[in-house]
Design a protein around this ligand. Structure first.
Ligand code: TXA
Ligand code: MG
Length: 352
């Protein structure tokens, strides 16, 4: 692995964009380099999607398995037609309602998108992000930009520039600091080549949001029964993912029982010499009195949890915690995406 690239870190205010920096970033993209930029979901590590050598650098920098396809980002709806061979009615409606935004649509690709991007599939994931910095770079470079999350493969996705620096310093040409990302979890991936759209990865646009627009939608069965041996349609979902260094144990059931069991396990693990942390979804310090706790957000406002989840998993690592005991949330709406990431981050689920 090469680690000798000089990485330039620059700050950009999304509300007052410095277009000199955007031009510089676009030049890097156009000469086959790598730029990390914020999106409304997580930070992305971007390269010219039409340049195989540049795309190969993304796989190398992340240590990403070659059979995991990349999402291609565009700046305008019409750009879609350059990349895919067919735009079904459902895709048009979803784009009208949720683009720009945290929705990636799987569509049959044109040959301009190489096997390197699609990992040999005949489809590609396309997304039009709403973050102004991301859109400005795509627009200025006049290229579709391949951009997976800007983390080392397997680790929690980056929601702040410090996370990107931890994982990718010396491996990319430029990192743009645009502050904390808004949603904090990656986009919803939906296969719209099927008559009934299928969610392959839950995210900011929910099943209910999609049904509201196109009438029907379902989850890939592999998302619902993640413990069984069903092969997910989205290659990325089969990998070990979102893992902090600490072991994560996820507790499911009603809240009162969860709290009681977490307290019990905390005390037992502590006597075994472990450094334990609790990831709580209730904003009170009385619940786990005198125990090491991070309140990830408010379980009645799921966006507060999604936006902090990956940051707090990394925070526990910084504090040297060995075992994270995590409360679950109701898996409706955005809760489905939160529970999907927590289930993947955890080595064990305890039903109370
Ligand atoms: O929010 C996001 O989507 C972020 C930001 C940077 O845009 N990007 C992101 O990319 O999360 P990545 O590579 O970490 O996740 C892409 C997911 C993977 O699970 C991949 O397997 C799936 O999308 N995917 C990409 N192309 C696909 C295809 N043609 N068919 C099925 N799944 C696909
Ligand atoms: Mg990722």
């Amino acid at each position: 692995m090469k680690e000798n690239i000089k990485t330039k870190i620059v700050k950009v205010d999304p509300e007052n964009i410095d277009y000199e920096i955007i031009k510089e970033a676009s030049k890097i993209i156009n000469r086959g380099g790598i730029v990390v930029f914020p999106t409304e979901t997580v930070y992305g590590i971007g390269a010219d999607a039409l340049n195989d050598e540049a795309v190969a650098k993304i796989f190398e920098a992340k240590g990403r398995p070659q059979d995991n396809p990349l999402i291609v980002h565009i700046a305008e709806y019409d750009d879609l037609y350059d990349l895919v061979s067919e735009v079904p009615e459902n895709a048009k409606k979803l784009a009208q309602n949720y683009w720009p935004g945290p929705l990636t649509m799987i569509l049959y690709k044109k040959d301009v998108l190489s096997d390197k991007i699609s990992a040999g599939l005949d489809t590609a994931g396309i997304r039009l992000p709403s973050n102004k910095i991301a859109r400005a770079i795509i627009k200025e470079s006049k290229k579709p930009i391949a951009a997976p999350s800007a983390n080392t493969s397997g680790k929690p996705s980056p929601t702040e520039v410090t996370h990107v620096i931890e994982d990718l310093m010396g491996k990319v040409d430029m990192i743009i600091d645009g502050g904390s990302t808004h949603i904090g979890l990656e986009s919803t991936v939906v296969d719209v080549t099927l008559d009934v759209p299928m969610i392959l990865r839950p995210g900011g646009i929910t099943l209910e949001d999609i049904i509201n627009v196109v009438g029907n939608c379902e989850y890939d069965p592999a998302i619902i029964k993640s413990n069984e041996k069903i092969i997910p349609k989205s290659p990325g979902q089969k990998y070990r993912h979102y893992h902090p260094k600490a072991e994560v144990i996820l507790y499911k059931g009603n809240m009162e029982d969860i709290v009681q069991k977490i307290i019990e396990d905390y005390e037992r693990l502590e006597t075994e010499g472990k450094k334990v942390g609790i990831m709580s979804t209730v904003q009170t310090d009385k619940l786990y009195y005198n125990k090491k706790t991070i309140c990830v957000g408010d379980r009645t406002k799921l966006l507060t949890i999604s936006s902090n989840l990956f940051r707090d998993l990394r925070l526990f690592d910084k504090q040297g915690v060995d075992t994270i005991l995590a409360e679950s949330v109701n898996d409706q709406g955005l809760g489905k995406a939160i529970m999907n990431r927590l289930s993947k981050a955890s080595s064990k689920t305890i039903l109370v």
